[in-house]
Design a protein around this ligand. Structure first.
Ligand SMILES: [Zn+2]
Length: 55
């Protein structure tokens, strides 16, 4: 992959998309509104999947 490629990640639960440079790895976990909270009331992280490669 060239240095200018970007990867679009999508959360398979809520559909949130994030674009990152291909060399930067996966996005931060963040908080997914589509998932039920854990028993102690904490938000669960997004489930990032690689959606497409740009460039
Ligand atoms: Zn999500």
């Amino acid at each position: 992959m060239g240095p200018n490629k970007k990867v679009e990640y999508m959360c398979s639960y809520c559909g949130t998309k994030q674009i990152k440079p291909a060399t930067a790895g996966r996005p931060l976990p963040g908080s997914c509104r589509a998932k039920a909270k854990s028993k102690d009331g904490k938000m669960k992280p997004h489930s990032w999947v690689k959606n497409r490669v740009i460039g």
